[in-house]
Design a protein around this ligand. Structure first.
Ligand code: GLY
Length: 372
């Protein structure tokens, strides 16, 4: 990587460290999801509590970067705050939470107590499995399958790999196959949600909560799918899942606007007023950049690897523009501007969102560690 590019990435990580430090000093033990007017602390609705792992995950990344004891202590403290969630049966998000908190902690220390938390969280998540429809249901109810769950199912594979539990593996593989069949379309685009008949398990229709329409492609959902299937390929070596991730990547790379940052939904009508019109989602771009670094490592040919690697770098470079990176915006408390949480509910629209910041930090770290 050219020296100037690497210096820019390091400067962005330094900025990220300053922003997170200032958040945790100002609001200790608080896990915000999105900013309001650029400020983290607010009373706004959460919709669902799924993001604790992202703030914690950034702390582990910062510790890995410079080995400053302060970050390790903070990361361990915030991880510990999440521990009770290993038994949380109300969300489908335990992968987001534990793979970014207890997994880095376990990898650093090898402490079996941390592995036990990871395995328990994987077992809890697996209780969402709907035998009739062969999927893990979303927090909305047993009839609902979300594309986002692809980012959480790796926790079940991880627990299965660690324990040799074949039942956990069966559930996880079945979930991925159902998701691929019902939510990933033949052109690589994705639906956010699938609705099933809970009595028979029959698939009824595609739907959406956060996208524009049931038949549209919600940008973050596509990024979750690309990243999730790539992670699952990494954990299983099952070729069908790499193929799905590459199909998603194909749609992603051929449908982006010129500046490489997607609008919140690939089918958004740009002539409409905001928030449904030309609203960018920088968080989707950050997720995709991180996924593309992994896909580059996993690709079968050097040619594909280069395509994914370059696309990841171009995306990061686009996010470094002061239009997105908040470094030149006085008083803005997040790291990336122009993220979106929930357009329809008008939550965190055109704000910083915690996962956008996390995946940006993760992708910058991957670029600098040359993990491709
Ligand atoms: N709940 C996952 C998302 O908003 O992307």
């Amino acid at each position: 990587m050219p020296e100037q590019q690497s210096a820019q990435y390091k400067a962005a990580l330094d900025f990220a460290e300053r922003q997170v430090k200032s958040l945790v000093e100002r609001h200790p033990d608080y896990f915000p999801i999105y900013t309001v007017g650029g400020k983290w602390y607010h009373e706004g609705e959460l919709w669902t509590d799924w993001t604790g792992g992202f703030l914690t995950g950034m702390m582990w990344r910062f510790y890995r970067r410079k080995h400053e004891v302060e970050w390790r202590q903070r990361a361990a403290h915030y991880s510990r705050l999440l521990q009770p969630r290993q038994h949380d049966r109300n969300v489908h998000d335990l992968g987001f939470i534990f793979l970014n908190s207890y997994l880095p902690w376990y990898e650093l220390t090898g402490d079996p107590a941390f592995l036990q938390v990871l395995v328990q969280a994987g077992r809890t998540l697996a209780t969402r499995f709907q035998e009739k429809g062969q999927y893990l249901c979303s927090f909305l109810g047993p009839e609902s399958l979300f594309i986002d769950i692809m980012m959480n199912v790796p926790l079940i594979f991880y627990a299965a790999n660690q324990t040799g539990d074949k039942e956990l593996r069966r559930i996880a593989v079945a979930h991925c196959r159902t998701t691929r069949e019902r939510l990933v379309r033949s052109d690589g685009s994705t639906a956010h949600e699938g609705i099933f008949d809970v009595q028979t398990g029959r698939f009824l229709r595609q739907s959406t909560q956060q996208g524009l329409r049931p038949d549209s492609c919600w940008a973050r959902g596509l990024a979750w799918s690309m990243y999730g299937f790539s992670k699952v390929f990494g954990l299983t070596g099952m070729e069908e899942f790499r193929e799905t991730a590459e199909l998603n990547a194909e749609y992603w790379l051929t449908h982006l606007p010129d500046d490489k940052i997607p609008y919140w939904d690939f089918d958004a009508d740009l002539s409409q007023p905001l928030p449904f019109g030309p609203q960018k989602d920088s968080s989707a771009a950050a997720i995709a950049a991180s996924a593309l670094f992994d896909l580059a490592r996993q690709a079968k040919s050097d040619e594909r690897s280069l395509i994914y690697h370059n696309a990841a770098l171009v995306t990061l470079d686009a996010l470094l523009d002061p239009e997105y990176l908040a470094i030149s915006t006085p008083g803005w408390e997040g790291i990336l501007k122009h993220g979106v949480y929930h357009t329809r509910k008008n939550l965190g629209v055109d704000e910083s969102v915690m996962w956008g910041d996390f995946f940006f930090v993760e992708a910058l770290s991957k670029a600098l560690e040359q993990r491709v």
